[in-house]
Ligand binder design. Structure first.
Ligand code: LLP
Length: 422
């Protein structure tokens, strides 16, 4: 089973000829397919599908999703600015952030909507916009994530207004005569679909408390299968019971709620890959391991080191004799001087090595790492060991490879350093 079907040997060669290695590759056909899937999430009374741009914020990707009909979920003032620069209409951007920027009022005047993610943010919004329209991000008390580091609900999570503090939120809302138009919850990434649906129902119970709410945002977090043993979420399967909940809510209250979702991972994870070069192969003896030393690592993909996340890999031979090679087990390691820079961990255990069976590799071959569209380029340890930020290319539907971000130069790495006078 080819885990990275959009990159065959010929395409890898074209990508490398365009941008060298390491390089991120995004497959336009997959991106469009995911946009179509998100936009057909079952809904009873209308849907806004927001791309959670933190997953992969390149302007070419933002524009592709915006043109396909998606709105944007931004997680910082910088992301708001970035989306607007990419051509997104501010009225299509919603901000849910841990750090409400000093200048948030300017964005709101341009049309950006805000979900208050703490009582402090709600107070600041109320002071700036008495009588204004605001969303509330609520921590419903229950979360679910692929790992504890990606769980964003429950008492161990600082995201959103803790559900028991809503009476205090109500006091702030009343004092500033705010209109709560949206309730928002996002319980984690890689959520268990059953928990996700259960939280949808809890979120509706918060909606019920606010007669002014017209929009219910259920966040993102849909699990995708990067590895063959993983199980992805079918949006129709989790969306259908949610649609029913909205219909029941309407029958009971007469309120026809507009649904919002905010997928990040689902949109881009399996649309992206990293093409790397195997620059050395070493062994630690009979009782040790065989290591592929790549020209990439945590500088392009931090998820294995951070979460013990597993990504599919394939060796693409530099010459055409791949068919006569056998297979072997390898540990794929990064190029940073850091033992944690390792790309083949045991699932969920970033510190445990788990050899991967791959086509027998030679120095100069390419190793392609899949599942690397989400939180890869966006969340790498850029410039560690002074490696420059890697370029990004888009694989067009017509087969063309186009550069959408250049490789950083050493001058760019150093450009903000200032030497104190002697
Ligand atoms: N909405 C909000 C408010 C969020 O905080 C997030 C993700 C999303 C939507 C999108 O979630 P997604 O559909 O991508 O699961 N770095 C981790 C994921 C952390 C996501 C943080 N917030 C990873 O590599 O899996």
């Amino acid at each position: 089973m080819d885990l990275i079907p959009f990159l065959d040997r010929k395409r890898v060669a074209r990508v490398v000829a365009t941008a060298g290695t390491p390089v991120y590759v995004y497959d336009e056909a997959t991106l469009r397919r995911q946009a179509a899937a998100a936009l057909s999430f079952p809904s009873a009374f209308g849907l806004t599908a927001r791309y959670a741009m933190k997953a992969c914020p390149n302007a070419a990707i933002l524009r592709l999703f915006a043109e396909a009909g998606m709105a944007i979920d931004a997680s910082s003032g910088y992301e708001v600015a970035r989306a607007i620069r990419a051509g997104v209409d501010p009225a299509r951007i919603s901000l849910s952030t841990q750090e409400l920027p000093e200048d948030f009022a300017e964005w709101v005047r341009k049309g950006v909507t805000v979900n208050a993610c703490s009582l402090g943010q709600l107070e600041r919004f109320g002071r700036a916009f008495p009588g204004g329209r605001i969303g509330l991000r609520i921590n419903p008390g229950l979360g679910s994530g692929g790992t504890t580091k990606t769980n964003t609900g429950g008492p161990a999570s600082s995201f959103g207004i803790w559900h028991e503090l809503l009476p205090q939120a109500d006091e702030i809302i009343a004092r500033h005569e705010l209109v709560v138009f949206r309730i928002h919850s996002h319980i984690g990434s890689g959520s268990d679909p059953d928990v996700w649906v259960r939280v949808a129902s809890m979120t509706l119970s918060f909606v019920e408390k606010y007669a002014s709410v017209t929009h219910c945002n259920l966040g993102g977090g849909y699990k995708v299968a990067r590895m063959p043993h993983e199980k992805g979420t079918d949006l129709r399967v989790i969306g259908t019971p949610v649609k029913r909940l909205f219909e029941e809510f309407a029958a009971r209250t007469g309120r026809r709620l507009h649904l919002e979702i905010e997928p990040g991972t689902f949109m881009v994870a399996n649309a992206g890959a990293i093409v790397t070069r195997i620059q050395d192969i070493i062994t630690t003896g009979e009782s040790g391991y065989r290591f592929l030393k790549l020209d990439t690592g945590m500088t392009e993909l931090a998820r294995p080191s951070l979460y013990g996340a597993q990504h599919p890999m394939k060796v693409v031979p530099a010459n055409d004799e791949g068919s006569v090679r056998g297979e072997a087990e390898y540990i794929a390691t990064g190029h940073c001087c850091e033992s944690g820079d390792m790309l083949t961990p045991k699932a969920g255990e970033p510190e445990t090595l788990e050899p991967r069976r791959l086509l027998e590799a030679r120095v100069g071959d390419h190793l392609v790492i899949g599942g690397a569209g989400a939180y890869a380029s966006a969340m790498a340890t850029i410039n560690y060991n002074s490696f420059p930020q890697a370029p990004e290319v888009l694989l067009r539907e017509n087969g063309d490879v186009v550069l959408i971000r250049r490789r950083q130069t050493l001058d760019q790495v150093l450009q903000n350093e200032v030497l104190p006078s002697a």
